[in-house]
Ligand binder design. Sequence first.
Ligand code: C5P
Length: 222
Amino acid sequence: NLTPVITIDGPSGSGKGTIARLVADRLGFRLLDSGALYRLTALAALEREADLTDEATLTEIAAGLDIRFELRDGETAAVLGGRDVSRDIRMEEVSMAASKVAAMPGVRAALLQRQRDFRQPPGLVADGRDMGTTVFPDAPVKVFLTASAEERARRRYEQLREKGVSVSLRDLLEDIRARDARDMNRETSPLAPAEDAVELDSTGVDIDDVLQRVLQLVHERI
Ligand code: C5P
């Protein structure tokens, strides 16, 4: 497949979702938010009250997901079985469940081809944890975006406050650390930079500067 892919991996809150969207808009490329697939799997499992430790059931749920991503009012909506669940999949409970189901090899295998199907002309920007290592190992541009856990918790805190959700910064920091540990220590596709990835640290850096750096890499390599 000669369609170019730009992979943007990193921990939650590193800004990769924002950067991925900006890069995709700028280049007119498609966007894959792979975390949304794990979140949708988790939401479907929670709604069915499935046992979150039962890999066979969760794999079946992942394989059978009826999902679509639709553009609604300029935003990408996640549609599960015809329902817009964009807000539901961002709930803290779903975030936690997503990182649990994502640790299961069966679930990851069930979602692999779905992710690769997003690779269509003129190109794709793929955001996740293992885009550069497992899903698109031949991508010409790979970015690994990080930021300190404290900064990521603070960003999340501001986002939630703007939405009127009240949470404690300390709880968010704990959640972020727990998810990082789970994402980095799992056996299958752990969160780690690909050997040929360019690592960027967004701590204290303006989002526009990060964007310019990524676009520069794209122009050098594609
Ligand atoms: O990126 P986001 O926070 O939406 O991802 C939700 C969860 O899905 C993460 O905590 C991570 O465990 C998992 N994930 C993954 N591989 C990806 C993308 C997300 O394991 N490529």
